[in-house]
Design a protein around this ligand. Sequence first.
Ligand code: MN
Ligand code: MN
Length: 451
Amino acid sequence: MAKNIWKDIDKKEVFSFCDGYIKYLDNSKTERLCEEYSKCLCEKKGFRDIKACNSLKCGDKVYFVNRDKSIALFVIGEEDIESGINIIASHIDSPRLDLKPNPLYEDMGIGLLKTHYYGGIKKYQWTTIPLSLIGVVIKENGEKININIGEDDNDPVFTITDLLPHLAKDQMAKKATEVVEGESLNALFGSIATDEENDSVKKALLEIIKEKYGFSEDDFVSSELELVPNVKARNVGLDMSMIGAYGQDDRVCAYTSLKAILDIKNPKKTCMCYLADKEEIGSMGVTGTKSRFFENSIAEVIAMLKSQYNDLILRRTLSNSMCLSADVTNANDPNYKSVCEDKNAAYLGGGLAIAKYTGARGKSSTSDANAEFVAKVRGVFNSNNVLWQMAELGKVDQGGGGTVAQYVANLNVDTLDCGVPLYSMHAPFEISSKADVYMAYKGYKAFYEAE
Ligand code: MN
Ligand code: MN
């Protein structure tokens, strides 16, 4: 059952910590914006770009940026790095609607944008809400154009229509997976045809793009433009105890692990905070956790700490390291009790949630942490007054999910899933408890400082 942890915590401290988190969410609607904002926060705390360093020593604070979409921060500890690194890995990509390479078309005098959804979404949740268009367009000569339309109150927004209930007899009889089809997720983009001869809305919209943003239709093929919910992070509940926002999976664990590494002082072990991309589509690609970037950045740190480098030092460092895979989990929802087994589910406001395993159908595709390591982490949390709970993602055979844990664990790093429970995960407006957000920060900080 849910424990009420509010009686054991300083509400003022928790609320003030969460003000910073709310600001982070509003500045981090995409993985690129989140990387950029995280970099700004760490630079203010004295972290330096690794590119500006020739060597490293105890106490140094550095970061590695990977293609503007992921970032790894290190604080060099007192002990030899070969004794292991305390790693916290989270992800900064969130479910959304990406524009297709040829997105713009016209139908019935309306200009529309074709999309391909990214990550696991309930497609019907993404209609009839305001959307911002954020991302980059890269021209053939390499010039980068940053696009951010919707986040400023004076900007227009975009949206995807849905059918009126009066004519939805057939639609409402469909399965929820088919109520809104992927190819119907086309966003309204404009409706004025200025060219009298051609009477073309598409042409008129391309003229606005050329004039305001300086690119042409061909340039869409080398763009990454994302439609994301145009909702600001808000306090939820009369007592302001919860936060509602887009992208809390997994920027809640990104922010709390980032703040934790910014605040640690003189750790014994070297600490690494990894904010990865591409988790929602399987951690693939150059910016996902499966990318060698993870090992490469550790190798670079070793090479800058030691007079000589070899692969065995890297392998030993990894084998002696430990990692929290910091990702959100489901909070048992009073509206949907039937999908959880109440003795092992996590609860909103029940504290930082530890999941020994994730996966589906008999723990398939999970790293399933060692009991010894779970014991170590709970010991660290208990001796630092971190309020925590165990979590299982739904009843046996109800469904399931995965995190980056398995990919880090594959490198022979002890890894445990540990994050914030959410309601409405992957929806345009996800809910967290401020108590859990703060406990994540406290827990991650204690983990960095652990020996
Ligand atoms: Mn996640
Ligand atoms: Mn997710």
